[in-house]
Design a protein around this ligand. Sequence first.
Ligand SMILES: O=C(O)CCC(=O)C(=O)O
Ligand SMILES: [Fe+2]
Length: 629
Amino acid sequence: MELNSKDVNGEVFLSRLTLEDEKQSEVLAASQVERENRSVGKAERKKIRKVARIKHVVAEQCGVTISDEPTNEWLVVWGLGIAFGTSKEEIMAYLDPQPVEVRLFVDQSYSFLRCDSQLDASKLKEKYHGSNFSERQMLYVGFVQNSEEIPEEDIRQIMSFQSNIPNGLSVFGEFITKEEEDLIIKNLYVDPTLVSNLKKRTVQHFGYEFRYGKNDVDADSPLPNKIPDYLKPFVSKIVYCGALPDEPDQLTVNQYLPGQGIPPHCDTHSCFEGPIVSLSLGSNVVMDFRQANSIASVNLPARSLLVMRGTSRYGCTHGITPRTWDVIPDETYGGITVQARKLRISLTFRKLKRGELACHCRFPSLCDTQNGKIADDNASVLEHDLVHKVYEDIAEHFIETRHRPWPKVKEFVKNLIPGDRLLDIGCANGKYFRINHDILEVGMDMCTGFLMTCRAKGNNVVQANGLFLPFQDSYFESVISIAVLHHISTKERRMRFMSEILRVMVPGGIGLIYVWAKDQSVEQTQSTWSKRQRERNSYNPPDSCVDLVSDYLFLPVHDRDNEFSHNDMLVPWVNHQEKKYAVRHRYYHVFNEGELEELITETQPAPKILEAYYEQGNWVVKFQKLVVS
Ligand SMILES: O=C(O)CCC(=O)C(=O)O
Ligand SMILES: [Fe+2]
């Protein structure tokens, strides 16, 4: 093709082009059609591949076979599932004819639908297969061949909604009106210079800065901006309804976009007075409360007021998992559904603690002033709940399974001098009675079941606590206490236990104490107890049989397949025959090497250690009360 000045004239140009390139444009057109055909073919092929993959995944995951022919009223719909954040309500509202049942599965992109009839199933397939629910959600609809294989919804995902809700937690729904919510959001002036853009959300503080690194405040550095006046009516309402005992002086505003959250944390105990409240605006969200190995998920609707006091305030962490939706119980259709998150703003009101900062809560592991130690004030309640009460409940089973005396204890008792008085603190079913017929034996226990057994055998027993022995000073020539002291929950109380023993012993009297060792395999000789536990490990009681006292979830539960991970633990007592309460938890303070000797020598007047050794998972000390001249 040759171009000259005339070629600027379109007509000339066009005509020449037509003439000269007619053939070429025909070729072009043909290739365009072919390309279109090819792309249709490509899309079709992609669709076929996708359907094949869906069939494969559904068959793999739930054993459900998808067919192209209707066989019953069940359908699988890929594209309508929890993974896309689609709720049951949305699915029901969208599909016509409406299905009668929807089953959703956590993290899955598909759902199963039961239609009113096979005909309705065919209509839905016809209408929606290959259509778009949203830009992201292309629907693939298939008939289910073996509907009996369709799994039930996994409601374990929402079980934490019904159970484990920590004590002291309340959520007041519709605490403010929609208009008030809009007003607060409109008024919330977010000063860009004061906002901290945390990785997962935006935060602004009033009154004092809440330092998320430490979860506390610096009471010596008040902020210039106080809680704004337009919030005063709501603050008054919070105080008036008793959610907070006094006007708060600290406010944290958190703004969460869908997908953002707050890591599990516990607002430091020593910094704030009384409960902590949080007003939710803009969106519902699920907050998780965790206590050791339990988790409770709580839905916080927009406009609700969350009040955290008691266990929920001091004994749990609270946090929001960063995601764009939450799985919650479906109140309309049953089972589970999805709740999408929108922009959420929360106002957390707190009141700074002044003066005495020490915290006396019962949750030492989360308490910054008790640093993991069980407070003396709480110890007797703990021992009542986790030792005395549990022994009452397990006494019968305990008696059946604990007959054999420890050989060295037996020998100790046998060697006592005729006429000696022996006190057995925590005598249980009395296995050290009547080993030596020439001594006077007195047994002591808190458990009625044990005492009755001893009485029935004609033994002298009294009900008493080792921390307050009902005997005069210098009365017994010898005292034994086998596997008892490890149930006493603070060092001060363990020392009190020891000094009580020394008080009732005659000078020169001999004592023998056994406690569980933290290390159950000293000198490579695994204790019979830990061996027995390992042998029994095939027994996994159903959850309903596990009775964990919710106030003590801060104590780690000992896993019988492993060594003790902490000194203060809950040890499960498993009753294989029992259906209800098959597992009870007892508190133990398991001793480190040398700890028992140290405790005994620290007790005044310090006795003389005669022997200290390890025996089958126990630390043992034999000691003598000194004769003071
Ligand atoms: O967003 C919430 O409701 C809670 C915020 C919170 O826990 C905190 O700021 O410490
Ligand atoms: Fe918090």
